[in-house]
Design a protein around this ligand. Structure first.
Ligand SMILES: Cc1ncc(COP(=O)(O)O)c(C=O)c1O
Length: 443
């Protein structure tokens, strides 16, 4: 179980009296990371660009952050991890790096439940970029069941063929809350028969893990993902860092996304030829978000500590290797906690007759977000009412625009509440009872 009471006191935003219930967008930063930021300023210097003690120490901290991130998702090593500004940039990086591999007649598959970050880059690739070069790549979208929020795997199977280079799919929807069956999607991708440039016979699978990695125990070896992306601002870290995991062979073969300094092999630049740095630095062009990277890795350590024992830390501010069993136990605690919270939200909101809740009915099958619309009030009115009642929510399409159109919502919007490890049942009740008040006209 998560000890919310102990955890809450570390969050200045909660201490300031806010009911933080828009966590699917971004989570709050704990005081430990704010203090760490201050500490890092004393040794502030660039990485890979100086021989001062400060630069060497910062470089060491920066590089070992990649190890923490790799360990958290069970990636073989730091060579599998590339860091960008956010999950969106990470997806774009895959799109740009793979761009020259697409052949005329290939196709890419995504779904109607994607965040625009995992829809628009592929739309751009197929409809705006490759078509200009005379390469026609079809973009196919998988349906989902409107009642259950489940991805239609039969439809997916029918869309996959020998020309499917890539399937891009969210691991969990940021609108429906649905947890997608990654392993089954993997099996379908494996059976396509697509021949990749190195002779491998299968479609690649890119998982948008923005709503997965912060909330669900994630093991890339077990999932057999080719690409996985997520952002750290949804798991306690400050804004500014997103991650791409990819299989090492793929990163070794792929073209860099950004070209420039530090991503080249030392001294191997001439008018005739440029050679690239070793992984993962081949994909780190220019000065990276150094402090953000260190804080993101420490956010992982803190998340594990908070979820195991918020009084006595095992990992935060140490260089201990993260043990798999601890990560699993911590993230199972996070999942369990969120299941209890969302179960309560489903129950209270389910009592409001004018409301439609989207996504799976069973808390087991969803992450801890809940989106709904009301027969009589538009989502923006509800969100404004919630703000006045001291509850934070998000009204809009949450960048899941395709799914909102799929439900023929007009405006294409819903209201969403979402919870994290520092929320307790009291927060959930306060937020949901406020919705009840607004929708039943008592306010
Ligand atoms: C499912 C999903 N994918 C992608 C993103 C984009 O993340 P970022 O804004 O960090 O790029 C989000 C953020 O809300 C998301 O929920």
């Amino acid at each position: 179980m998560i000890n919310t009471k102990k955890i809450r006191k570390f969050f200045p935003a909660i201490k300031a009296g806010r009911t933080i219930s828009n966590n699917a967008a971004s989570t709050q930063v704990p005081v430990q990371l704010l203090n760490l930021f201050e500490k890092l300023i004393v040794q502030y210097d660039n990485v890979h660009r100086g021989q001062s003690a400060a630069s060497l120490l910062t470089t060491e901290r920066f590089e070992s952050s990649y190890d923490t991130i790799a360990q958290f998702i069970n990636a073989p090593s730091r060579k599998n991890i590339v860091l960008y500004r956010n999950a969106t940039e990470a997806i774009n990086s895959v799109m740009y790096s793979l761009m020259t591999e697409f052949k005329d007649g290939d196709n890419v598959i995504s779904t109607f439940m994607e965040h625009n970050s995992n829809y628009v880059p592929w739309y751009g690739l197929c409809k705006e970029i490759l078509s200009k070069f005379g390469v026609n790549v079809e973009y196919r979208l998988v349906k989902f069941n409107k009642e259950t929020g489940e991805l239609d795997l039969t439809h997916l199977k029918s869309l996959v063929d020998q020309r499917t280079k890539l399937i891009c799919c969210s691991g969990a929807s940021n609108f429906l809350g649905t947890k997608n069956p990654i392993k089954k999607i993997r099996e379908i991708a494996d059976s396509s028969g697509y021949i990749q440039p190195d002779g491998e016979k299968k479609s690649y699978l890119l998982i948008d893990g923005a709503q997965v990695v912060p909330n669900i125990f994630t093991d890339v070896k077990d999932l057999d993902a080719d690409f996985l992306v997520w952002s750290f601002h949804k798991m306690l870290a400050p804004f500014g860092v997103g991650a791409l995991y990819a299989r090492q062979e793929l990163l070794e073969r792929m073209r860099p996304f950004l070209y420039g300094g530090d991503m080249i092999a030392e001294g191997k630049v001439s008018p005739e030829k440029v050679e690239y740095n070793v992984l993962p630095w081949k994909f780190t062009a220019g000065t990276p978000n150094i402090l953000g990277t260190i804080l993101s890795a420490q956010a992982i350590r803190l998340l594990i500590d908070f979820s195991l024992n918020p009084v006595k830390y095992k990992y935060f501010m140490t260089d201990k290797k993260l043990e798999r069993k601890d990560i699993e136990e911590a993230m199972k605690n996070v999942e369990f906690h969120q299941k209890i919270l969302i179960g309560e939200a489903l129950e209270i909101l389910g009592e409001i007759p004018s409301i439609k809740i989207y996504g799976p009915k069973n808390p087991e099958d969803r992450t801890s977000l809940i989106a709904f619309t009301d027969r009589d009030k538009n989502p923006f009115e509800i969100a404004e009412g919630l703000t006045k009642l001291g509850v934070e929510s998000r009204a809009g399409c949450h960048c899941a625009t395709l799914a909102h159109h799929y439900f023929e919502l007009n405006p294409p919007a819903s209201c969403r509440l979402s919870f994290y490890i520092y929320n307790d049942l009291e927060d959930v009740r306060k937020a949901c009872l406020a919705v009840k008040k607004i929708c039943s006209g008592q306010w």
